[in-house]
Design a binder for this molecule. Structure first.
Ligand code: FAD
Length: 456
């Protein structure tokens, strides 16, 4: 019978081990994407991610048609949907690339078990991480909670495999298979259509991802090490949403950077090494998620459970979300997020620190806002990023490190170019006044932190 190729966070044809296995099996291929918002513990995508998914699925189905196939769309609890598709098509095998969240793994285990019991070959592959989390352990066999030794251990494992080519052709399954209309999933906003800024900023899909990678390697990589912390400069790759949806694999990205590093100028080589370490932070975040499935909701360091969060101030939260706090770097970041679905990494740290430490709002509330508004909202990196800033996470900056948004602006946006880009009224009377006193709120946050220290 045919092979069911189940697409998930790997919306690409190149370097797709599950796709390669399906092609090698030789039988016709039924490619499917399942919108699953029902399985136990599965976190539905946020609005910006749904917008991205819509365009990415369109791009994937076009690419599949170009090589002779198509994409079936189904909705519902993934295990039931996949098993019913197996029955409908008389499939002999199901293949997919792995995911690492707790609920996702439970779904995969359920399918693997049921398929195997029914005599169907169910196989999963490594497509989304350079190193499977269970293969990177300390010498004592434990899990890393500090980045530097983690990444050193990864590097010591040797070079990750080279990317696989995309197939030229696949054998389609000729029987009719029912598919949802993509529009019926209502992934895109209609009225109001707030996604105009997203469309201007991004081209979801594998082609967009490959172009972004090529542009980065050719045009911006040289500046990465020196300018990656300056939000007004385009010095980072902007690959995060493409990596999030697996439109480009980390293996492809790794080898592009590694090739650029070899025999290059010192400036370029340093940049490439630094960039690869950021890919390492993605790996590290997934390692944390794998071992801590509740990373997005539970303090990695349990002593932080004692933190005395006050009732969140709804007006302050709204001002933060809208970019109306009166602190230009925070506001520019929050408006960049709203407009483009993205925020520069340095500014994410500052905006998050401001919410947690100056507004005393629980990091989980910020994590949720980012989850809803980021096009790269990632179950591992977002949770790890928020916990890192909060001080409750692995390898976290200490709690008493409070980013000062004014000093950070002097340092990283000295010309104000970034702030002005997103805050047209900056410098006029229309720009909001500062909603808090930085010094006072910092002192209050440090005092609250004493509760954690006492509990530790
Ligand atoms: P580059 O500097 O070009 O880095 C290349 C790739 O490495 C990125 O695309 C990303 O996949 C990975 N990467 C870089 N930095 C990190 C990091 N600190 N942690 C994990 N992976 C990293 N990243 C997400 O992909 N999704 C998120 O939801 C997310 N939420 C965050 C929330 C907070 C509070 C913070 C502080 C950081 C968060 N990050 C998140 C990490 C980082 O901000 C983004 O990955 C980065 O800004 C993406 O821009 P880029 O692709 O140009 O990065």
């Amino acid at each position: 019978g045919p092979t069911i190729l189940w697409f998930r966070d790997d919306l690409r044809l190149a370097d797709n081990p599950a796709l390669q296995a399906a092609v090698e099996r030789g039988e016709p291929i039924v490619a499917v994407y399942v919108l699953d918002e029902e399985s136990s513990g599965i976190r539905p995508l946020g609005a910006a991610s749904k917008w991205w998914l819509h365009d990415s699925l369109l791009a994937l189905s076009v690419s599949l048609e170009e090589i002779g196939g198509g994409l079936v769309l189904r909705r519902g609890p993934a295990a039931a949907v996949i098993l019913s598709l197996v029955a409908e098509t008389g499939a002999g095998a199901v293949v997919w690339n792995r995911r690492y969240g707790g609920a996702e793994r439970a779904v995969d285990t359920e399918i693997k078990q049921a398929a195997t019991d029914a005599g169907i070959d169910a196989r999963s592959f490594q497509g989304s991480l350079l190193h499977e989390p269970w293969t990177v352990t300390t010498q004592q066999g434990g899990n890393y909670s500090v980045f530097t030794p983690f990444w050193r251990a990864c590097v010591a494992k040797g070079e990750p495999r080279h990317p696989l080519p995309s197939p030229d052709a696949i054998t389609p399954f000729d029987d009719a298979v029912a598919s949802d209309e993509l529009t019926s999933w209502a992934l895109r906003p209609t009225s109001p259509d707030w996604a105009g800024g997203l469309s201007d900023a991004w081209t979801p899909g594998e082609h967009g991802a490959i172009e972004r990678l090529a542009f980065f390697i050719e045009q911006t990589l040289d500046d990465y090490a020196e300018h990656r912390d300056e939000p007004a400069v385009l010095a980072t790759s902007n690959l995060s949403p493409h990596l999030r949806f697996g439109e480009v694999s980390p293996f492809t990205v790794y080898h592009a950077a590694e090739q650029a590093r070899r025999g290059a100028s010192a400036r370029r080589a340093t940049s490439a090494t630094k960039f690869l370490a950021e890919i390492g932070w993605r790996e590290f975040s997934y390692n944390l998620l794998f071992h801590n499935p509740e990373l997005a909701t539970r303090n990695f360091r349990p002593e932080f459970d004692a933190f005395p969060w006050p009732e969140p101030d709804a007006r302050a939260l709204r001002a933060w979300q809208r970019g109306e706090t009166g602190f230009p770097l925070v506001d520019a970041g929050m408006r960049q997020l709203w407009k483009t679905g993205y925020m520069h990494n340095r500014v994410r740290m500052i905006a998050a620190s401001f919410l947690i430490k100056n507004l005393m709002i629980d990091w989980r509330i910020g994590e949720e806002w980012f989850w809803d508004t980021l096009v790269d909202a990632d179950p591992a990196s977002n949770a790890a990023g928020w916990q890192w800033v909060a001080g409750s996470g692995a390898d976290a900056s200490p709690y008493f490190r409070v980013f000062n948004p004014e000093l950070q602006q002097k340092k990283f946006d000295p010309t104000g170019d970034y702030a002005h880009e997103f805050i047209p009224e900056l410098g006029t009377a229309a720009y909001p006044r500062q909603i808090v006193d930085l010094g006072e709120t910092r002192q209050a946050a440090l005092a609250a932190f004493e509760a954690v220290k006492r509990g530790a």
